[in-house]
Design a protein around this ligand. Sequence first.
Ligand SMILES: [Zn+2]
Length: 124
Amino acid sequence: MSPGRYTPDPTEGITRVEDLPPPRLQYRSRDYRRRRCPWCVRASYRHHIGCRKLHDLSDLQSERPLDLVAIYSKHRCLSCGRTFSADLPNLAPPGSHYTNRVIDLAVRVVVEDGLPYRTASWHL
Ligand SMILES: [Zn+2]
């Protein structure tokens, strides 16, 4: 944390894990029956449902963490045989456990405060 700046921590003074506020859950669905194959552009039917949990920023009033549960369809292309998932482009980058909002904030903290990445992740 940068010197001279104090941000109150809502978890301060809490010593027991069970006293921590439970994260709120929100659900997002990217479940499609049919998607176009990104390689051969043929229509591909859903063959599986996937689920990803993403950590998001809570709104400032609630002081509780927010987790997003994203449901998405997985598809297998019958013409080229490849499998792909319905993407979550406005939620999170592929393979990430954090939403774009959290990543944006992390990048801003690093750029504006000049914090090294490791400190920045503690900051969050
Ligand atoms: Zn294909």
